[in-house]
Ligand binder design. Structure first.
Ligand code: GCW
Length: 703
């Protein structure tokens, strides 16, 4: 049937109760004012068609889908397998898109890849699978006018990581301690409210398109701490999960579920959840079969086991490989994966016991199991050995399990980096982690590890920072973290500053009043270095965890010092830091391959920013920077607060250029960030001044 297709009457982002984030209607202006041909069929092609149609209805463009053809399209979005394209230029590109003509990668564009070119006034996106067409369309949106200016030589685009996932720590029922969303700082859950599914498909659909536009293709819809109500999502409440999957599917997002290892007992009424028990295996197989009957493209299970009180295989004398393989066996016939978390440590440690080191735990537990996990097990490893701190070394587990599929987990929600009250753009931090080379300059990067051999890696995962806040994230600028996460998962080599530019272009410039240049400058000035600013006024030199116990917001230097949680700084009158050397400490440095095992072992060679993570040093120890440790603490804490004051000032100057509601929210958050930064500075500086007795070289006020 010939079209033009008209715009769909649906909740349109930008006119809804929630903010449009990085796809306000105006972001589609360039595409929407063109003649666009969509060629191909399938669910995700329909999504492309729908997006294009809405944009064209708004901005005066035209859309064609299917014969009889019109051929004056300026943009052609085509599935190669759909056959000849009735546009000479696009057809030439289609025929030319063979391996011989167009570079590497075996020729195929893959399940998600696309080829983008502009020749003789026609912009062409070709894909082998519908998801590729969707990602290609969003690429055109990102390019804006540049997609229709000069020629663009044909280029293939494929994600570096196949699995790009967000974990929501959302509870179905409001939990007495952790609330609706554990570590959630963006309001309630998009999926659940007060014990029930929210059933708000319009907002969910908008969420799905935001995710697809930055490249996310998987989601888990409930907290890894699976409580009683949430356990039922696997069985009685499976329909709720299926409904969510239904809404996310058109944007290429596969749903996963966090499950409790005790499910056969708590849901199935069995006397045991022993992974080697036949009844347990049969129960998981049957439960999983039912899941796939309802959700044929279900992604798999996410499991936190034997960690922070969660049930797991240890209760039956089994290990993590036994546990993970049990679920893997149930999922394998359906093509699903089990994502097994490596966040396992003793949370009932005796602080007097200097031999136990939480940093060692994941490696101690998991490295010996390398090679024992089934092919469809992905071990999901927090990027650092402790817990999403503003500074940690990269987890040695990521360099210790060559025969295991590994995923790297980061935390967008900012539990320990300002809880979306502080501006903290994490793109540069994640980029640093992904580019780290555990085996030295000639070896692979962490991104390579996450990609795995032949694309069989576990990918990148973030704990989501999204909720039902009108701005999606509690801090409007924290949207950039979600965007950067998706983009880095697609291409870990992207420059975080360039990613920020993309986000600014898509989110702010289309809705900015007047000259956009000052808004762009202001965003960069506030955000580029904001993670390092946060690091400066909080915990120094990699020591970490000087936060208020429980909610983890604000300073409390000794808050965790004498607790069972294993996160200590060991400050005394002479010095500070954790001795993790093999010579005199916990031996954690030995978990790294060379050269890092040697670099970290050596007080002289250890990078300044990680010194106190690996070494206990005197306050007057001189850093590579030339400053003493104590003077570094004072200087960075004073500097950090000044930087926050400057951010606040800069933001004031763009009032009037950005939406007043957004401006007010950011201004209010910056006020709180300033108050909190002062608190951090004063508590940390005072604490270390009192411990050390060393005055500030510059005579500034310390209380
Ligand atoms: O960072 C800690 C959080 C817990 C969380 C845990 C985890 C979901 O404080 O709230 O539990 O990590 O990653 O499992």
């Amino acid at each position: 049937m010939s079209v033009p297709v008209t715009g769909r009457a649906s909740a349109d982002a930008g006119e809804s109760a929630w903010h449009a984030a990085w796809l306000p209607p105006a972001a589609f202006r360039e595409l929407g004012s063109r003649g666009v041909l969509v060629h191909g069929d399938g669910l995700l092609v329909d999504t492309v068609l729908d997006e294009v149609s809405r944009a064209c209805a708004r901005y005066g463009g035209r859309v064609w889908h299917g014969p009889p053809w019109q051929v004056d399209a300026e943009l052609v979005l085509a599935l190669r397998e759909a056959g000849p394209v009735p546009n000479a230029v696009a057809e030439a590109a289609r025929l030319g898109a063979t391996p011989a003509v167009n570079g590497t990668g075996g020729g195929a564009l893959g399940d998600e890849g696309y080829l983008l070119a502009r020749v003789n006034g026609v912009t062409v996106v070709l894909a082998d699978a519908p998801a590729g067409l969707l990602y290609g369309m969003f690429h055109v949106v990102r390019l804006g006018a540049a997609a229709f200016d000069d020629d663009l030589p044909p280029r293939r685009h494929r994600p570096a990581l196949d699995r790009r996932m967000l974990d929501h720590w959302d509870n179905v029922a409001v939990h007495p301690v952790s609330g609706q969303v554990e570590r959630g700082y963006a309001g309630g859950s998009l999926f659940w409210r007060d014990g029930a599914a929210r059933r708000e498909p319009a907002r969910l659909r908008d969420y799905a398109r935001l995710l697809a536009a930055c490249g996310v293709n998987a989601i888990s819809v409930n907290n890894v701490n699976v409580h009683d109500t949430e356990a039922l999502l696997l069985t009685d409440r499976l329909g709720d999960v299926a409904e969510i999957a239904e809404v996310l599917r058109p944007y290429g997002i596969r749903v996963h579920l966090a499950v409790t290892f005790a499910a056969p007992v708590v849901l199935g009424g069995l006397p045991t959840a022993d992974p080697l028990d036949e009844r347990v295996r049969a129960w998981w197989a049957a439960a999983t079969r039912r899941v796939y009957q309802r959700i044929p493209d279900f992604g798999g299970y996410l499991v936190k086991a034997d960690s922070e009180g969660r049930p797991g295989p240890f209760a039956y004398g089994r290990d993590h490989a036994d546990g993970a393989n049990l679920l893997a066996e149930a999922l394998a016939p359906h093509g699903g994966v089990v994502r097994w978390r490596a966040f396992v440590y003793d949370h009932r440690q005796d602080w007097r016991d200097r031999s136990t080191d939480r940093a060692r735990a994941a490696h101690d537990h998991f490295a010996p199991l390398d090679g024992r996990f089934a092919d469809n097990v992905i071990l999901q490893v927090k990027f650092g050995p402790i817990d999403f701190q503003a500074r940690e070394p990269v987890s040695p587990v990521l360099a210790a399990m060559p025969a295991t599929r590994l995923a790297v987990e980061v935390q967008a929600t900012q539990e320990y980096t300002g809880q979306q009250r502080h501006v903290c753009y994490l793109g540069p931090w994640w980029s640093e982690v992904l580019r780290f080379r555990p085996w030295g300059a000639a070896g692979d990067t962490i991104a390579d590890v996450a990609a795995g051999r032949a694309g069989a890696g576990g990918g990148l995962v973030a704990v989501s920072n999204v909720g039902d806040d009108p701005f999606w994230t509690g801090h409007p600028l924290a949207q950039a973290n979600l965007y950067a996460f998706g983009r880095l998962a697609w291409d870990p080599l992207l420059d975080p500053g360039a990613i920020l530019d993309e986000w600014i272009d898509l989110t702010w410039l289309p809705v900015t009043k007047g000259d956009p240049a000052p808004v762009r400058r202001t965003m960069h000035a506030i955000m580029d270095d904001s993670w390092r600013t946060y690091e400066r006024y909080t915990a120094p030199l990699g020591v970490g965890f000087m936060v208020r116990p429980g909610h983890h917001y604000g300073p409390d230097v000794d808050g965790y010092e004498y607790t069972p949680w294993g996160t200590y700084h060991f400050a005394d009158r002479d010095g500070v830091g954790v001795d993790r050397t093999r010579a005199t400490g916990t031996g954690f440095t030995d978990q790294y391959p060379p050269p890092w095992s040697e670099v970290y072992e050596s007080r002289e060679r250890c990078p300044d920013e990680l010194l106190l993570f690996f070494h206990h040093v005197p306050y007057r120890h001189v850093l590579h920077s030339g400053r003493t440790v104590i003077q570094h603490i004072y200087d960075t804490h004073f500097a950090g607060v000044e930087e926050v004051a400057a951010m606040r000032e800069r933001w004031r100057l763009v009032a009037g250029a950005v939406d007043p509601a957004v401006h007010d929210r950011v201004a209010e958050r910056l006020d709180e960030q300033f108050r909190s930064a002062v608190e951090w500075r004063d508590q940390i500086n005072t604490y270390f001044f009192r411990k050390s007795g060393v005055p500030d070289a510059h005579g500034r006020r310390i209380h």
